[in-house]
Design a protein around this ligand. Sequence first.
Ligand code: AMP
Ligand code: ZN
Ligand code: FE
Ligand code: FE
Length: 299
Amino acid sequence: MIDLHTHTTASDGSLSPEELICLANEIGLSGIAITDHDTTDGIAPAKAEAERIGMLFVPGIEISAEYTEQGTMHILGYFVDEKNDYFEETLLFLKESRKQRNPKMIKLLNEAGVYITMDDVVQEAGGGQVGRPHFAKAMIKKGFCASTPEAFDKYIAKGAPCYVNKERLTPKDSIDLIRRAGGVPVLAHPKTLKLPNKKDLKSLLKDLKKMGLVGLECYYFSNTKEEEANSIALARELGLLISGGTDFHGKNKPKVRLGVGLGNMNIPEYILDNLISMHEKMAVNSKVQKGEEIQPDGH
Ligand code: AMP
Ligand code: ZN
Ligand code: FE
Ligand code: FE
């Protein structure tokens, strides 16, 4: 078993990077990627823990790209070099835009009679980056909502009265960012794009591929078997790498279990093998483009 889409306390997951790797080991995963929202803060501690126990670890990220009013576009980046200067600077800009958004959402919530403070939310984030699930938790704790879905639907989902947008990169810039950091860009959960039909999805994927997209997340916790099969067929048709993960958030998405999603997911290990080969191929190509020397082992 593998899982290539997970969140830690560095963003809005409930397990620390070390705890997540430990759980992955306990349930017998042979490989894992952590993909926190717009941050690489969890990578170093997760990597150290994975090395300690001998688990195959992929440093990743999930970038929220600019998209339509109704839909959400997230782009996963695998094998990103978190020390790349341009990458670090851009992530800092994204973090800053989150920080500016959060107090605006607090103000709107207060005006709507939901009296939570920035401190409440920061406390829920426990030192990690603040995300909307932390707003939901604070609202539940103070008794303004009974559940996370209720908090989102009534107040903080995209399109709800207290939602505030944050600065985002365009899809092209998100893909460029990942590639400049040596990563492999993969479109996450295509169904959240909310496209009306297959034809539109196909044409968008073709455009994204021209921009440098490499893969498509076909295995996803909320996919039906039919959606999974359709995504795989589409990825094959368009020459995109097939990827998959559960979008594990720990207690912040309590129904979703690491490695198995809602219980019956089975992400084949060849996916990780292909991802590794693709990353190596891209690294070699980029060296060739830069005119750098390539060692006999291909690295
Ligand atoms: P943020 O990055 O602060 O915009 O928050 C994004 C997080 O909110 C993601 O992890 C989503 O899983 C979660 N989220 C977005 N929309 C909803 C929704 N309608 N219901 C529950 N969770 C959501
Ligand atoms: Zn999340
Ligand atoms: Fe996502
Ligand atoms: Fe995610």
